[in-house]
Design a protein around this ligand. Structure first.
Ligand code: NAD
Ligand code: UDP
Length: 341
């Protein structure tokens, strides 16, 4: 059942742009819906180049019914992949209402318009952050959930809302994908992560340090209960993550319950492991200083990815070295992200 119209909210963003490439290559018809609040038209142009075809892009906001109505009236949408959302944890603490409005209200609005047009199939971008501070690792989908900041809570609330939607009408097909830590970039070096301002996440901070935009990496704590004292995470290549979405979309109409699925590698690497791998692969030095722990950080987080293997026939393939190499290729080709050209 390829050749279906798929609405990709947030499709111009980091994970969305990588996913759109694979969806088009798999034969899906894509409509990107994005307000470009955290992305640029340039990323879409580059995706078009990579797939050698033009892509329908609708500029709009998921919080605006009329923007969504236009799309659902113009196109018979089969399924939605819902990436659109704000994702900066620190900002969410400062501006919780902005996050609840954009992420939670935006998703409610989206689902209402979908239902009006009898489109009841959605894949949602959730996050491993919903596991809070897990008691043990690896983390499987049955673990309890909690969140300590408005960003994480917005993901938890949306998951709960989508569960209620499903229980009220089991003809909905809903997949909640809980991503671990996406890093890396497309192997072409033409699309990648392009954070505005000072990066919050580890990998873009490392690559900006290696290229000389930042003096040194601050490592947030080396006194955690991990093999070298620095925080351990499950870094997953963004292209592997994108493949997980294609698998989920391929199968979504066959699922007879709401699905909650981890997308991770099952491997945990510390901050120092990542720094060393990056230095080895790129030959670049990443100066760092050990600093205080960052509020809200946990020691260790990595997935049990076996459910994804079972129900999606998906598993990650790329190594940490490949993630570092692809990040560096993107960074070195585009020192200022999409504004380099
Ligand atoms: P991103 O910021 O690069 O992409 C999100 C896109 O959504 C952007 O293009 C932005 O312009 C758009 N957008 C935001 N609000 C919108 C609105 N109201 N209407 C229309 N478009 C809007 O982020 P990403 O890293 O690609 O993340 C995609 C999704 O995955 C997000 O929901 C994020 O919370 C989730 N997620 C990301 C990570 C990560 O580490 N990158 C981890 C777990 C979950
Ligand atoms: N980290 C760090 N310095 C940075 C950014 C992150 O030491 O500048 C650490 C952070 O404490 C955590 C890991 O790197 O242990 C991953 O952080 P990131 O923000 O990328 O992901 P998350 O904490 O959301 O899993």
């Amino acid at each position: 059942m390829k050749n279906r119209n798929i609405l990709v909210t947030g499709g111009a963003g980091y994970i969305g742009s990588h996913t759109v490439i694979l969806l088009i290559k798999s034969g899906y018809n894509i409509i990107i819906f994005d307000n470009f609040s955290n992305s640029s038209r340039e990323s879409v142009k580059r995706v078009e180049k990579l797939v050698d075809t033009s892509i329908t892009v609708v500029e709009g906001d998921i919080r605006k019914r009329e923007d969504l109505q236009k799309v659902f009236i113009s196109y018979k949408i089969d399924s939605v992949i819902h990436f659109a959302g704000l994702k900066a944890v620190g900002e969410s603490v400062e501006k919780p209402l902005k996050y609840y409005d954009n992420n939670v209200y935006g998703t409610i609005n989206l689902c209402q318009v979908m239902a009006e047009h009898d489109c009841k199939s959605i894949i949602f971008s959730s996050s491993a952050t919903v596991y809070g501070d897990p008691k043990t690792t690896p983390i499987d989908e049955s673990f309890s959930t909690s969140a300590t900041n408005p960003y994480g809570k917005s993901k938890l609330f949306i998951e709960e809302i989508l569960r209620d939607v499903y229980f009220s009408d089991t003809s909905w097909k809903i997949v909640l994908l809980r991503y671990f830590n996406p890093i890396g970039a497309h192997a072409s070096g033409t699309i990648g992560e392009d954070p505005t301002g000072i990066p919050n996440n580890l990998m873009p901070f490392i690559s900006q340090t290696a290229i000389g935009k930042r003096k040194y990496l601050s490592i947030f704590g080396n006194d955690y209960d991990t093999h070298d004292g620095t925080g351990v995470r499950d870094y997953i290549h963004v292209v592997d993550l994108a493949k997980g979405h294609v698998k989920a979309l391929d199968k979504i109409h066959t699922f007879n319950k709401i699905m909650t699925i981890n997308l991770g590698t099952g491997e945990g690497y510390s901050v120092l492991d990542v720094v060393k791998a990056f230095e080895k692969v790129t030959g670049k030095k990443v100066p760092y200083k050990i600093e205080a722990r960052r509020a809200g950080d946990i020691a260790t987080c990595y997935a049990d990815p076996s459910y994804a293997k079972k129900v999606l026939d998906w598993k990650s393939e790329k190594t940490l070295e490949e993630m570092c190499a692809d990040t560096w290729y993107w960074q070195s080709q585009n020192p200022n992200g999409y504004q380099s050209h």
